[in-house]
Design a protein around this ligand. Structure first.
Ligand code: 6LW
Length: 538
């Protein structure tokens, strides 16, 4: 009897350990693990710590660095590109700037490799402390073109892979970025459009080549190939694609466009996939950009990796996770207190802003201050306005949920004639919904402004009697509502606009809606505005 019981118990344990990712008794997690515009994720592990980076295009500082112990809870600890000397973003928009990065850890050192558009120059930066400043860029001079570089380290050697028509690989000197040896061609995957986002992993005597195909839209998917030789030929997994929502089963799932993945092994030897996808609203359109998702991977010895059982994933993931290490909840209200950081003056982080706030292109730091008036964000205007493909006085954070309310309290005591300031749901220079204050002939007016391509429309200006105003943008997933209040209690709706005119499907580009604070002026002035706080509720 004892031995029967023993075998029942043993077989139960074997089943549950083989299928440890798929049992129902586990805590689960929610996708996306990084909501809002967190595109092109790449992940690496150093000891018990995971680090993740994303592309940032025209935004500065570039390439946020996130840290996690469990792959589910991520905290931004820094940025790879904090100094203008590292990257020139002048004149970039959501189709340009910093494209897909890869992060890798080798021999105590972290590397982040990426491409800057429109010059299409590949470069990498390195650090021994991912939460600190990263090196000046090391340029890859022999491979100019296209995008999606990655690094593969083996036995003290470093290989650079990138997409340029097909997937190419070449050994480099990691100290200098110089070419060592010939360029080898690894093919174009399985014939889907835009084979890209390559990464190499070695496991059980095979080199595995992970590739995204289908373009970053609805047809996006992930394939995997393998070879006994790093330079190929690579044979495809018969079960490709290993990740895709471009199928009938997932046609009504809110998550679409799954692709651009990276794999990582946890200290307990479980495998995980990080990838991008986006949450659509009606009409298969999305406004929040491409977001970072997580899937468990079952990867048997000598076999192919299987992502979440059938290559699909859910917002509500019912699987076992690593032991969860939850973070403090992000504050709903940003009070704009200065955070002192031990960084050089030319680092954006010296401004002392909370992580996650970004400017456009290479900002002039003197226009942003948390120290000129304690507890306030002071914004100095410029004649470069929000519709310029340049660096207006604009600072923003990501929209992370379809239903949200963002409110900011402005002190307009120093708003000068010809100045405007406000809050905006910003998708691109010619696609943003604003609520703003402006001074005309000594009177402050509050109004909504909607920019839709070549059309600009303003609604319902009202005269403000004091110098304080609460400006608000809220969304119920179908519409954005632009609102204002002179007492912080009663809000007037000034305009309502469809969300889909800010969607990627309408305007193109690779980013998502940012919620920003801005100021601008028709001619040079010494006026400024102080923002007391910014609140984001969802
Ligand atoms: C990126 C490519 C992609 O370079 O979109 O989804 C491009 N994947 O890999 C821009 O993010």
């Amino acid at each position: 009897m004892k031995s029967v019981l023993f075998y029942i118990l043993l077989s139960f344990c074997t089943i549950s350990s083989n299928a440890q990712q798929w049992t129902t008794s586990n805590q689960g997690f929610k996708n996306p693990v990084l909501p809002g515009f967190h595109a092109d994720p790449s992940v690496c592990r150093a000891g018990d710590d995971f680090y993740l980076v994303n592309s940032t295009f025209q935004y500065f500082p570039g390439v946020p660095v996130f840290h996690s112990k469990d792959l589910v809870n991520w905290e931004q600890v820094g940025n790879c590109l904090t100094r203008p000397s590292q990257v020139d973003l002048k004149g970039t928009d959501g189709n340009n700037g910093i494209y897909a990065p890869t992060i890798r850890y080798n021999n105590g050192r972290f590397y982040m490799v990426t491409t800057v558009f429109p010059s299409r120059r590949h470069f990498y930066v390195w650090t021994d402390n991912p939460a600190g400043e990263w090196s000046e860029p090391i340029m890859i001079d022999f491979a100019i073109g296209s995008c999606d570089p990655t690094l593969y380290f083996e036995g003290g050697r470093c290989f650079f892979l990138w997409k340029e028509g097909d997937i190419k690989i070449c050994e480099i000197d990691v100290e200098t970025g110089k070419q060592l040896g010939d360029i080898h061609h690894l093919g174009t995957g399985l014939g889907g459009r835009y084979p890209e986002g390559p990464h190499i992993y070695k496991k059980d005597g095979y080199y595995y080549l992970l590739l995204a195909e289908g373009g970053t839209e609805h047809g996006h998917h992930v394939n995997i190939l393998r070879s006994k030789n790093l330079f190929g030929p690579y044979e495809p997994n018969p079960a490709n694609p290993i990740l895709s929502h471009f199928n009938m089963k997932m046609q009504n799932n809110p998550i679409q466009g799954l692709g651009h993945a990276d794999l990582v092994q946890a200290p307990d030897s479980s495998w995980w996939m990080i990838c991008l996808g986006y949450r659509t609203s009606g009409y298969l359109q999305h406004v929040m950009g491409r977001e970072t998702m997580l899937a468990p991977v079952n990867w048997e010895k000598g076999g192919w990796p299987i992502a979440n059982g059938d290559g699909t994933l859910q917002t509500d993931m019912k699987c076992q996770t690593l032991p969860l290490v939850p973070l403090d909840k992000e504050p709903i209200k940003e009070d704009f207190n200065y955070t002192k950081r031990n960084v050089p003056m030319d680092s954006f982080l010296s401004l002392g802003l909370p992580m996650g706030w970004m400017c456009l292109c290479n900002p002039d730091y003197t226009r942003y201050s948390l120290t000129e008036r304690k507890g306030f964000l002071r914004l100095h205007p410029t004649t470069t306005d929000l519709s310029a493909t340049d660096s207006p006085t604009f600072i923003a954070r990501r929209q992370t949920e379809l239903n949200f309310t963002a409110t900011a309290l402005f002190d307009l005591s120093h708003l000068m004639e010809g100045m405007q300031t406000g809050i905006t749901a910003y998708a691109a220079p010619l696609n943003h919904y604003d609520v703003l204050a402006e001074k005309i002939n000594g009177t402050i007016f509050i109004k909504s402004n909607v920019r839709l391509g070549q059309t600009s429309h303003s609604e319902k200006p009202f005269a403000l009697s004091g110098t304080r105003v609460w400006l608000r943008i809220t969304s119920d997933k179908d519409f954005y509502y632009m609102m204002a209040s002179d007492d912080g209690i009663n809000f007037n709706q000034l305009a309502k606009m469809e969300y889909r005119f800010l969607s990627t499907e309408t305007i193109g580009g690779f980013t998502g809606v940012m919620l920003g604070l801005f100021t601008q002026c028709s001619e040079k002035t010494n006026g400024y505005v102080d923002v007391d706080w910014f609140e984001y509720k969802y």
